[in-house]
Ligand binder design. Sequence first.
Ligand code: GAR
Length: 203
Amino acid sequence: MKIGVLASGSGSNLQTLIDQLHYDESCEIEISVVISDRKKAYALTRAKKAGIPSYVVKARDFPDRHAFDERISELLDTHAVELIVLAGFMKLLQPAFVQKYRNRILNIHPALLPAFPGAHPVADTLAYGAKVSGVTVHFVDEGMDTGPIIAQKSVPVFDNDDEDSLHARLQVEEHKLYLTVIKWYAENRISFAGRKVIVKGSE
Ligand code: GAR
């Protein structure tokens, strides 16, 4: 199965996928392309080091968001991507893109959705005073972090946490959970009962 990873930042989730999928020759999941909307994203360096084709697609180089999404779509299709993996990609994909790839786009979010959606979930969790946070992997729909949830893992919030310490604890779980879910997808174990996601053999 070919996956395409979209990332805007440091790419630590991408790195786990590179380490666990790309460098495992027996693995049937291939990272065929990495795309970033930020030229300086370290995720691009990680892709280059691994010899994975990578591209910068900046929103401001396009007349509108539709054209931006179209370029991303063109690159994903050129690389025969079957599953799109958002790994810290901070742009909201437009409805036409989501409809084209319905149930073929995954996102990871550093909070227990539907709590704390949006761009600052870790800061929002701390500001709210929540005692438990966690990570969520979900399918992407037209909303902001609203798609069907596939898997979640809780993480404690400590009184002395700041954004960095909590995010670091969350990322340890992100790296494990994303890999697990991508493998479930590749093994065809994910199905739907209405909006509820069922994972065969995970009970
Ligand atoms: C991750 O924590 C991911 O969950 C978050 O961005 C970080 C990217 O880290 N995504 C969101 O907040 C999406 N709403 P990484 O670049 O090191 O993988």
